[in-house]
Ligand binder design. Structure first.
Ligand code: SF4
Length: 242
């Protein structure tokens, strides 16, 4: 991504002028824009790929028909996730809202547009090297916070998605996603700026604000940008050593 593009994305994020001049090499390298992961290799074997795609389809069907918690009664449809199932980045949010419930895709509407801008700011695009999912697959009525028993019922699906995608990095957006992924009640502010880990694969997790929150609190967009830069640098370190 060049400086001009970055400036455009920052503008889309709603962050005023912010393009520090750094040495060209650091700015020039687009960190993650669809870059192939050498560790996955071109011959990431066709058998494993076919098996993974079968497992993915089975998981998607399971979620679509899920009645494990009471949210199935009020949802329009389960919202499984969207994006590249071989992505190196996984964005995890809270739960579908009204529009997501209607359209069957996470992060649509204004919050989704802001998330897309945030992703572009670190060299990502929806559908390219990033997968987007939520802690809960079904919408809580009135967009209330998820209940613990709903998270307990639904989190195994996300774990299975993570097991199949095997992302390099998880970006947890918002307090609910961060707290439930990390099993903590700590406030979001104290979770930012550090590398956490999740699950059996010990996947690194970086925490930032939910785009819906940023729409309500634009003053914190700059902090979100700091989080994204941190995530990008952690991602670079992780992929440089692989
Ligand atoms: S929220 Fe998750 S566990 Fe509950 S019904 Fe939806 S898919 Fe099933």
């Amino acid at each position: 991504m060049d400086a001009q593009q970055r400036a455009q994305y920052l503008e889309a994020l709603g962050i005023d002028v912010w393009v520090p001049r750094r040495d060209g090499s650091a700015e020039a390298a687009s960190p993650a824009s669809g870059a192939a992961d050498p560790s996955r290799g071109a011959d990431a074997d066709a058998d494993a790929s076919a098996s993974a795609s079968g497992a993915w389809a089975a998981l998607r069907a399971e979620v679509a028909a899920c009645t494990k918690c009471s949210l199935h009664r009020t949802r329009t449809q389960a919202v499984f996730g969207v994006g590249d199932i071989r992505a190196q980045w996984l964005v995890v949010g809270e739960a579908p809202g009204a529009e997501e419930d209607r359209r069957g895709e996470p992060f649509v509407g204004r919050a989704g547009q802001l998330l897309d801008s945030m992703l572009r700011a670190v060299g990502l695009a929806r559908g390219e090297n990033v997968y987007i999912a939520n802690i809960l697959k079904s919408r809580p009525p009135g967009n209330r916070d998820p209940k613990p028993e709903e998270v307990a019922s639904c989190l195994p699906y996300l774990k299975r998605q993570i097991g199949l995608i095997r992302p390099v990095l998880i970006l947890a957006v918002g307090r609910i996603a961060a707290q439930n992924l990390l099993g903590t009640a700590s406030p979001l502010g104290s979770l930012r700026g550090r590398v956490h880990h999740f699950g059996e694969l010990n996947t690194p997790v970086i925490v930032t604000y939910h785009p819906a929150y940023l729409l309500r609190t634009p003053a914190d967009k700059r902090k979100a940008w700091e989080d994204l830069k941190f995530a990008r640098s952690v991602f670079r370190e992780l992929t440089a050593s692989s």
